[in-house]
Each structure stands twice: as structure tokens, then as C-alpha cells.
Design a protein. Structure first.
Length: 121
């Protein structure tokens, strides 16, 4: 096997198989040119890949006061989170993360359902 740019050269069959994968991905995305459908597929794929209960794709509005949920993959939600829903930024975990880039200790305490109040809470 000869090398090309530091790695092994792909055989014709290997190149063909890789191209088939690219064509398959293109075919799956082409019918979903609508943003909503594409975001739903992304949310579903991410939820399954990360093995989480839920994934939501949201966008910050122009005033930066709310996030609008564009796609949700949350099979057991029972309507708790819905597409189109507006989530306030101020005073919420996601708002703190958007402002600081990290969760505050207060939110970690709430998430763990701790009843104590630490110095930072």
C-alpha cells in the first residue's frame, strides 16, 4: 500500500463506499430543506448520540430577552417544552450560562435539589 500525504491511499472500492455515504447524507438532507425539519432531525440525532432524555434547539431573539425553541426531541415531555415556546433569559439557568458561559453554584444547588444555602447561592 502506498502512502499519500502521510497516510495510506484508499482503494477504488473504499473511495466508492465513502462517496456512497456522502450521497446518502445528501439525499436525507435534501428533502429537509425546511429549517424546522432539519432542526428536528438534528435534535433527535444529538439526543440519541448523547443518550439524554431531551434536546432542544433554540435561538436567542434580537432583543436578547428570550430564547425561542425551534425544535424539541423529548419523547416523555407531555407538553412541558414545546416548539415555538419562548423561554425568558433573565433569572434562568440558560440566561446565566449565556451571560457567563458557566453555570453558577446557585443553579447547581437547585439542580441537585439541595436545600442548604451556600455562600454563593
Amino acid at each position: 500500500m502506498s502512502s499519500h500525504a502521510g497516510g495510506p491511499r484508499l482503494s477504488l472500492v473504499e473511495r466508492y463506499e465513502r462517496l456512497k455515504v456522502i450521497v446518502d447524507i445528501s439525499k436525507r438532507l435534501s428533502p429537509n430543506l425546511d429549517l424546522q425539519g432539519l432542526l428536528r432531525k438534528i435534535a433527535s440525532t444529538v439526543r440519541q448520540a448523547l443518550d439524554t432524555d431531551a434536546v432542544a434547539v433554540s435561538v436567542l431573539d434580537s432583543e436578547e430577552t428570550h430564547l425561542q425553541i425551534y425544535a424539541v426531541d423529548f419523547p416523555d415531555s407531555r407538553g412541558v417544552v414545546t416548539e415555538g415556546q419562548l423561554i425568558p433569559v433573565e433569572g434562568t439557568l440558560i440566561g446565566d450560562i449565556l451571560k457567563t458561559g458557566v453555570t453558577s453554584r446557585r443553579w447547581r444547588c437547585i439542580a441537585k435539589r439541595q436545600t442548604h444555602r451556600c455562600d454563593e447561592c
